[in-house]
Write a protein that binds this ligand. Structure first.
Ligand SMILES: Nc1nc2c(ncn2[C@@H]2O[C@H](COP(=O)(O)OP(=O)(O)OP(=O)(O)O)[C@@H](O)[C@H]2O)c(=O)[nH]1
Ligand SMILES: [Mg+2]
Length: 335
């Protein structure tokens, strides 16, 4: 085995042990010996992405795809990094390359079509789903194409303003974050799961009508749910990056979850400035087991001048209201 391969393998071991800084050191050493080592660039990018160093990761993936324009894995990771930054056009360029390399891959066309659909580029979405259907007549592209066609009929004729906003949902373990999203959302962003940072993204589109006074606003929430990180000390910075709002959730049956809300706010503010936040005291259906009351919640929220709601993912109480409140707060920044 060449020395650079041994160093690369060491780097892979470090990645497995979650020692990302050490992994980067080994990949760098391997790259010193072999500057065209595309795998080392790709894996170094992985480590950087996991550390929240998205721009540097992007550089690595770019070098890897420059070294080998047919390097599918690197294009896929580059796409994920662009999505993280909200660079949707650049993400599409990556998908263009993936479908160029794998023109007969149904999944690649479905992924591209889904992103187009999410970006309201309905005609391009239809083209992608047609390709998927051409490869597999029973493809899920059939249903997706229908969905895209529905939009081409109606919405595009009226003048609308389209906005895409990332919001995060924060709070201690088991307070009901995922349940609230499930209650609120039916429109899933293809379960886009960024495994490196343990986040799941769900999409919800709402229309705010202004009855002709000005164009309606079609607001797409990209709702980021933390998976696997239950403590505000451990949250991945990339999770917060680019967030324009947040819901901070506690559980009315556990007072300590209310007490940690301010730390959640501080950890978000440290990365995403002072974006709008709404507080939710969830599981309001469990009144008999309540460990704090409305005043306790109001006091916590008042400290940050944040609106608050008692919600229940179980009964649906106030769930719509909570999300539409954060939606209205987000639009204030646009006017
Ligand atoms: N009674 C009641 N139970 C709820 C409510 N919301 C969530 N739960 C329950 O609380 C538990 C945790 O809910 P999740 O939605 O998984 O909580 P989470 O905040 O996403 O948890 P982690 O992802 O582990 O941090 C589950 O058993 C839910 O069924 C609610 O409004 N009322
Ligand atoms: Mg969850």
């Amino acid at each position: 085995m060449e020395e650079y391969e041994a160093l690369y393998n060491k780097g892979l071991e470090m990645l497995k042990l979650k020692k990302y800084d050490d992994a980067i050191l080994y990949f760098n050493k391997a790259l010193e010996l072999n500057k065209r080592y595309k795998e080392a660039y790709e894996k170094k990018g992985d480590a950087l992405l996991t550390l929240g160093r998205t721009d540097e990761a992007l550089n690595c993936f770019t070098v890897a795809t420059n070294l080998d324009p047919d390097y599918v894995e690197a294009w896929e990771k580059k796409e994920a990094a662009h999505l993280l930054r909200g660079d949707y056009d650049d993400a599409i360029k990556c998908l263009d390359n993936i479908t160029r390399i794998k023109p007969d891959d149904e999944r690649a066309w479905l992924d591209k079509g889904s992103l187009m659909l999410n970006l309201h580029r309905f005609r391009s979405a239809v083209e992608c789903f047609d390709k998927a259907i051409g490869i597999n007549p029973n493809s899920e592209g059939v249903v997706k194409k229908e969905e895209a066609l529905k939009h081409i009929g109606g919405v595009t004729k009226r003048e609308v303003t389209r906005l895409i906003k990332k919001i995060c949902i924060l709070g201690d373990g088991a307070v009901g974050k995922t349940s609230l999203i499930r209650r609120y959302v039916h429109d899933v962003f293809d379960d886009k799961y960024l495994s490196t940072i343990g986040a799941k993204i769900t999409k919800k589109v709402i229309t705010l009508k202004y009855h002709g006074a000005k164009p309606d606003v079609v607001l797409t929430f990209m709702i980021w749910d933390i998976a696997g990180q239950k403590d505000y000390n451990n949250v991945h910075p990339t999770y917060y990056q680019g967030a324009e709002g947040a819901l901070v959730v506690c559980d009315i049956t556990r007072k300590e979850t209310l007490e940690s809300m301010s730390q959640w706010v501080e950890s978000l503010y440290a990365v995403a400035n002072k974006v709008p936040i709404v507080f939710l005291a969830n599981k309001s259906d469990l009144k008999m087991q309540a460990a704090f009351n409305e005043n306790d919640m109001k006091n916590t929220a008042a400290r940050f001048k944040i609106p608050s709601f008692f919600t229940s993912a179980k009964t649906g109480q106030n769930v719509e209201e909570a999300f539409s409140t954060i939606g209205r707060e987000l639009l204030k920044g646009e006017e």
